[in-house]
Ligand binder design. Structure first.
Ligand code: PLP
Length: 411
């Protein structure tokens, strides 16, 4: 086991956004689950593409287009190895996790799910992994079933064998909850889902960010994730899916780049992954996501995970010591990813976030696009402080001091 550690103070110097004052205070950025900040290496990669190589990919027979295509496809290969794909062709570029899930629910779902079939998701899901399946159910007459959660926000799996039937066509579940931080037992559920022949899609928006993912080891069929939550640009993400699955799927959108031959009445499709990439793609975004992967790899995912674990433990201790705080999510650190979802007495989470913002501390407040999870606890919102590799104990101390201030106002 590697014992490499990271120095967050050195790392944060790589992130220009973090070096500023907000409302007269040095910025403390704890809204990483919404989107992470970008290191200079990513900003430089975006700038270098636009300054030196800007051109369309796969089309031009000229030097700039060749360079852009090489960089774009090299990034695809980096994303492929990031999640343990068998080959780069198993990676489809998308706008992010949301589009990747919609791609599968539409291109695969409409051709494989029929009236009376069942779709299994959990009440912990982000709306991005609920609504596409509700749309599919409305269009096909399929039924949605839910894995429930317990009072620590963990899946209740005792009745899993009842939830999975020979009508279950797809199981769509998150790797890590953005609302409560729960790390879900995806591997166990995937194995059970495969026993009834269901397809397993994982929403990895909060997974591939913090965990070294290997899709072969997880034993899933599709894994969706976003670049902007892992130091990359907005507007880019990826769908990993098994090659044979992608080969068997109909296109998602029609347009340039995704065709082989076009005739008046019908056309044939390009090979995967291009079959799913109609139109000019987000070339700069893809190159930026590759640069983000290089950056994170250099720091080391083991070192990042260890740092986040230590800081989460410290944050849980400091935040729970503030009178009136209630923390939602698993008690065990093993099952809890790098965020704290909490309420504080009668203070509305929006008021908590507003007061913290006046102190230069950025947290998120609201339902976190997880209204079903909020409903389970009988609340409409929480405040959420989410940690990443550049956060420090000082950041957590400032958060705890800010919360003491909130408490004094609402006491
Ligand atoms: N799933 C989870 C668990 C998320 O946290 C998010 C974003 O917050 C999404 C899906 C949607 O990601 P994106 O907006 O990048 O498509």
């Amino acid at each position: 086991m590697t014992t490499a550690t990271l120095d967050p103070v050195r790392i944060r110097r790589e992130f220009p956004t973090l070096d500023q004052s907000v409302n007269g205070h040095p910025l403390v950025y704890l809204d990483n689950a919404a989107t992470s900040q970008k290191p200079r290496a990513v900003l430089d990669a975006l700038g270098a593409y636009y300054e030196n190589d800007n051109s369309n990919v796969h089309r031009g027979i000229h030097e700039l287009s060749r360079r852009a295509t090489v960089a774009y496809e090299e990034s695809r290969a980096k994303v492929a190895s990031w999640v343990g794909a068998t080959e780069p062709a198993e990676i489809v570029w998308t706008r992010g996790t949301t589009e990747a899930i919609n791609l599968v629910s539409t291109a695969w779902g409409l051709n494989n799910v029929r009236e009376g079939d069942e779709i299994l998701i959990s009440v912990l899901e982000h709306h991005s992994n609920i609504i596409p399946w509700q749309l599919l159910a409305q269009r096909t007459g399929a039924v949605i079933k839910y894995i429930e959660i317990d009072d620590q926000g963990r899946w209740v799996l005792e009745d899993l064998s009842d939830l999975l039937t020979d009508r279950t066509k797809v199981v769509a579940i998150s790797h890590v909850s953005n609302a409560l931080g729960t790390v879900n037992p995806v591997k166990e559920v995937a194995a059970a889902a495969h026993e009834v022949g269901a397809l397993v899609l994982v929403d990895g928006a909060q997974g591939a960010v913090h965990i070294k993912v290997n899709v072969q080891d997880l034993g899933v069929d599709c894994y969706a994730f976003s670049g902007h939550k892992m130091c990359g640009p907005t507007g880019i993400g990826a769908l990993w899916a098994r090659r044979d699955l992608l080969d068997s799927m109909e296109p998602y959108q029609g347009g340039g780049e995704m065709i082989h031959l076009v005739e008046r009445e019908m056309s044939t499709w390009a090979k995967v992954p291009h079959k799913f990439e109609a139109g000019t793609p987000n070339i700069a975004g893809a190159i930026g996501m590759g640069a983000a992967i290089d950056f994170l790899s250099e720091v080391g995912m083991d070192a990042i995970a260890r740092h986040e674990r230590d800081l989460l433990a410290y944050a849980l201790e400091r935040v729970s010591a503030v009178g009136g705080v209630r923390i939602y999510g698993p008690e065990s650190l093993e099952e809890h990813s790098a965020l704290i979802s909490f309420t504080l007495g009668d203070a509305h989470p929006h008021d908590i976030a507003t007061i913290l913002d006046s102190e230069g501390i950025a947290v998120r407040a609201g339902h976190h696009c997880a209204q079903l999870a909020m409903k389970h606890f009988g609340i409409s919102a929480t405040a959420r402080a989410s940690i990443y590799l550049y956060n420090t104990e000082d950041d957590i101390d400032r958060l705890a001091e800010g919360l003491e201030q909130v408490r004094s106002i609402f006491a």
